[in-house]
Design a protein around this ligand. Structure first.
Ligand SMILES: Nc1nc2c(ncn2[C@@H]2O[C@H](COP(=O)(O)OP(=O)(O)OP(=O)(O)O)[C@@H](O)[C@H]2O)c(=O)[nH]1
Length: 440
């Protein structure tokens, strides 16, 4: 885009190059930057080529993904000027607070967005000379990185600060200022707990409201927040009438925590629960059956002659077999069943509410699934078979805490009498060892 010089004055192009604000011309559909001035890339420590024809979303930290962009683009099209307060990423890893004003126009049949981004970091530092104490306080609260909310319990009107809106991907003039807007965005699985904590605070049972929960952003994705609030006004009878609070975005920390938690509970190789978390889940099922008296079956499953796979094809192929075995087990079990790797080439099956018949059927399905799989074609190894020991409460073993040990004994028996079969703990108890026959 070229601009002609007129009457000795600098051209528009030169003026744009010297502008302190960043100017971007955007394609409303793709969010790509079609043109920009120097400040638009230099202030972010970038070269022009790193910005031009890239999505404007890549410059900032608040709007993620095209679906969210499509939503915002729609709002921009219907607004005279759309203001967004957000953060741009600097190439050195830092962030620059910006206020972006975007207008839309049509030129020769094509739609465009024109965004002007201003660095507001200076504005964010308090102006000592001009602010009164109250103004400063309001200013500090509004500009704090945390979001602020102010809820009138009499009308259910809620003030959401621009930062809180930004956290959720909204502009300062969006989000209906009502408590339902917030409730609607709380993750359904967290809503009851959060509402109960607020209720306990309002009843005076908790000094303040404090919770970590998920809030849905404009894009439909969840962010994790730490929310703290307190009643700040009451009526003559002492009933709470107003509550204020601060919301902090803790998504990064929470995701790291969840990943560490997952790492601690998931077996690295097979991606199913490890012994530690599997045993905890088994204990839970035992407690449930203890309370309800309902049946529970436990299976111990071991790959047959697995050592020979390692010896003939190497440890890496052995690892792959273990992974595929876990996948096959997951696919064969019911969604309510659990399989965990208890160690080496041994897996434990926890089959809630499964009596003898159901557990036998599941074990038969497992043998059939192993037989049906083309191990030779998929991995170049001979057919993989497994042996299973089963124990069912209450028929085989009236003591729930002994189920796993009994299933283990039954597995031992299955190995002893030929492998590739299932043995039951009940059968071991009912008959002398040599006469125990396999189920299949
Ligand atoms: N590749 C691989 N091998 C493992 C892993 N954990 C245990 N193993 C191997 O599993 C094999 C178990 O061998 P054994 O206990 O002799 O049992 P088996 O050969 O399966 O024979 P049976 O159980 O009697 O049918 C050993 O060779 C172990 O090294 C693992 O994480 N990866």
């Amino acid at each position: 885009m070229a601009f002609a010089e007129q009457g000795g004055l600098p051209s528009l192009e030169i003026l744009f190059e010297h502008m302190a604000d960043a100017v971007y011309l955007l394609d409303p559909v793709t969010s790509n930057i079609l043109w920009c001035n120097r400040a638009a890339y230099a202030d972010l420590g970038l070269q022009a080529s790193e910005v031009l024809h890239h999505s404007v979303l890549s410059l900032q930290k608040d709007v993620q993904g095209l679906p969210q962009w499509a939503d915002i683009a729609q709002v921009i099209r219907t607004a005279d000027c759309y203001t967004f307060v957000g953060r741009h990423r600097h190439q050195d890893g830092g962030e620059i607070p910006v206020e972006v004003n975007t207008t839309h126009f049509n030129h020769q049949g094509c739609d465009y967005f024109l965004s002007v981004a201003r660095n507001i970091s200076k504005r964010l530092s308090l102006d000592e000379a001009s602010s009164t104490r109250d103004e400063r306080l309001r200013f500090a609260l509004e500009q704090a990185m945390d979001g602020l909310w102010d809820w009138s319990l009499l009308t259910d009107a809620v003030y959401f600060s621009p930062q809180l809106k930004r956290m959720l991907g909204y502009g300062p003039h969006e989000m209906t200022p009502h408590v339902e807007t917030w409730k609607h965005n709380v993750h359904p699985d967290d809503r009851d707990q959060v509402m109960s904590l607020i209720d306990q605070h309002l009843r005076g049972r908790l000094m303040r409201f404090e919770a970590e929960y998920r809030l849905r952003n404009r894009n439909g994705h969840d962010i994790w927040v730490h929310d703290r609030g307190q009643v700040c006004e009451r009526d003559a009878q002492g009933r709470p009438t107003r509550m204020v609070g601060m919301v902090q975005n803790i998504t990064d920390r929470k995701l790291l925590e969840l990943r560490l938690e997952k790492m601690a509970s998931i077996d690295d190789l097979t991606q199913i629960p490890n012994r530690r978390s599997g045993m905890a889940a088994l204990d839970q099922q035992i407690a449930l059956s203890e309370r309800s008296g309902g049946p529970l079956s436990v299976g111990v499953l071991d790959i047959d002659t697995f050592k020979s796979v390692n010896d003939r094809f190497g440890h890496a192929v052995g690892d792959e077999v273990l992974y595929r075995v876990a996948v096959l087990l997951r696919q064969t079990l019911r969604p309510s069943d659990l399989v965990y790797r208890s160690g080496g080439e041994e897996f434990v099956l926890v089959l809630p509410a499964a009596g003898r018949e159901t557990a036998d059927a599941i074990a038969a399905d497992i043998h059939a699934a192993f037989e049906a799989k083309d191990w030779e074609g998929d991995l170049g190894v001979p057919d993989v078979t497994v042996s299973i020991g089963l124990a069912t409460y209450p028929q085989d073993q009236p003591q729930l805490h002994k189920l796993l040990d009994q299933a283990d004994l039954a597995l031992y028996r299955a190995k002893e009498i030929g492998r590739n079969r299932t043995c039951r703990a009940g059968d071991l108890l009912a008959a002398p060892a040599p006469s125990v026959s396999p189920i299949d």
